[in-house]
Design a protein around this ligand. Structure first.
Ligand code: IMP
Length: 432
């Protein structure tokens, strides 16, 4: 399951629904920048690093090697879940190869996201969880540490920190006026406490997942963020640090060709948190209305999300990259009551040329004007609709239009946050 927009496509609800038909839920990229709120039996669960499947006792959860982990944040989440009576022993496995977020990653992000240094871009508007700097160190290798470094040998961990910290202190002191230098021993002490607690959850998740597959266990891969935030294929540089579109194989060690269903998740409209070009953005009252009706405020940061019309140019591109063979259209109910609805089917660039794919240059993308197809709206409240045939004709036409524009069939339509508020387009589909 991969989001095809800029994240927040309500993937959490779909994972929760599909978890019934799977034995294992796997996260493979991103970190504590993702956030899901799940309400089950009147209890609210807030999840960030731990896969959404965790609230179902029969499901095992795996955090793969491609995820970046702040051990403190992970421990807090595990601790909160156990206080909510969610037992995790033997059903949460964390990769020993996942990279560690370290305290300087947050400071480095303060540096690039603040005004202290001139960078090649405007502030990205990140979640400030150290995600980008951690992936930068992972690719750079010289200053990177992984979960195995933390738990295997405390002396070695201390020694590695003692080598890295002076470099990081010098860099940050140069650019940040109010920077307090890090103390390697203090960090070692703090992190090693978490190491003790996290050790029982650590394993070689690649071997674990291959064994699970051999035993015929059904795996569900939960993408975080969305394809348009992918570091390679998204609206670079206003993206996250990981391969949100196509990181499944690299971030889990399970070959992509073994995955049977690729479900692309979209909202019936677009949202984006943080900076970066957004051609179909609605900065008017209509955008405000979508924000209020769709409760479009960030789960991790609480920021109001930018809202706009559905962008089929972006989503078609995302669907191709990911290779989705099904679409789930979420939050269709939010568009009820509009006289008409727009879908961007192409862009016109600043020299008047028609584009059917987003340009690479962010300034050119920002200057693109969407070319809209306008469709009739519908007035009916959709939140009580449970079957495709009971949807108003205009709503069905809208969903069919999206499927044609993206060239992928729709299998699920969601009309509210509850798992019952889900329409299977094919009545016989009880999600195979
Ligand atoms: P980072 O992932 O914190 O580095 O932030 C990079 C960009 O991705 C920013 O625009 C964030 O708002 C966005 N972003 C990161 N995680 C999520 C998410 O889970 N949902 C939506 N946007 C996200």
């Amino acid at each position: 399951m991969v989001g095809l927009q800029w994240g927040d496509e309500a993937k959490g609800k779909l994972v929760d629904l599909l978890a019934d038909h799977h034995d294992v839920v796997v996260r493979y990229q991103g970190g504590a920048n993702a956030g899901h709120t799940i309400v089950a039996n009147g209890v609210t669960y807030k999840l960030s690093l731990v896969p959404t499947g965790v609230i179902r006792p029969e499901v095992t959860c795996v955090v793969g090697n491609g995820v970046v982990i702040d051990p403190e944040a992970l421990w807090r989440e595990i601790d909160t879940l156990s206080r909510q009576n969610i037992a995790l022993d033997g059903r949460l496995w964390i990769s020993d190869r996942a990279h560690l977020i370290l305290p300087w990653h947050l400071e480095e992000e303060r540096l690039t996201e603040g005004t202290a240094a001139a960078t090649a871009l405007e502030a990205i508007g990140t979640t400030r969880r150290g995600i980008g700097p951690c992936y930068r160190d992972k690719a750079g290798r010289a200053f990177a540490l992984r979960m195995a470094d933390l738990v295997d040998d405390p002396q070695r961990f201390r020694a590695l920190l003692a080598r890295i910290v002076p470099h990081k202190n010098r860099l940050l002191q140069t650019f940040l006026d109010d920077f307090t230098p890090f103390d390697a021993e203090e960090i070692a002490h703090r992190y090693l406490q978490h190491a003790e607690r996290l050790r029982p959850f650590l394993t070689d998740t690649v071997e674990w997942l291959h064994q699970a597959r051999q035993q015929g266990r059904r795996l569900l891969f939960e993408g975080a963020q969305g394809a348009m935030l992918d570091v390679d294929h998204g609206s670079y540089p206003y993206v996250t640090g990981s391969n949100a579109a196509c990181g499944l194989a690299s971030g889990s060690g399970v070959p992509a060709q073994t995955v049977r269903r690729w479900i692309g998740v979209v909202k019936a409209y677009s949202t984006r948190v943080g900076g970066g070009p957004f051609p179909t953005e609605l900065t008017n009252e209509l955008g405000q209305r979508i924000r209020e009706v769709g409760r479009e405020y960030g789960t991790v940061t609480g920021r109001p999300r930018r809202c706009g019309w559905f962008d089929a140019v972006m989503v078609r591109r995302a669907a191709r990259i990911v290779g989705v063979n099904e679409l789930a259209v979420m939050l269709l109910d939010v568009l009820s009551g509009l006289p008409s609805v727009n879908v961007a089917v192409a862009y016109e660039d600043d020299s008047g040329r028609r584009l059917t794919a987003p340009p690479a240059n962010p300034d050119r993308l920002a200057a693109c004007r969407p070319i809209y197809q306008t469709l009739p709206g519908w007035t009916e409240d959709l939140t009580g609709v449970r079957s495709w045939s009971d949807l108003p004709q205009a709503a069905r036409d809208y969903v069919e239009f999206l499927a044609e524009a993206i060239e992928v069939p729709v299998t699920f339509v969601s009309v509210g946050p509850d798992r019952l508020q889900t329409i299977y387009k094919d009545d016989k589909d009880q999600t195979r």
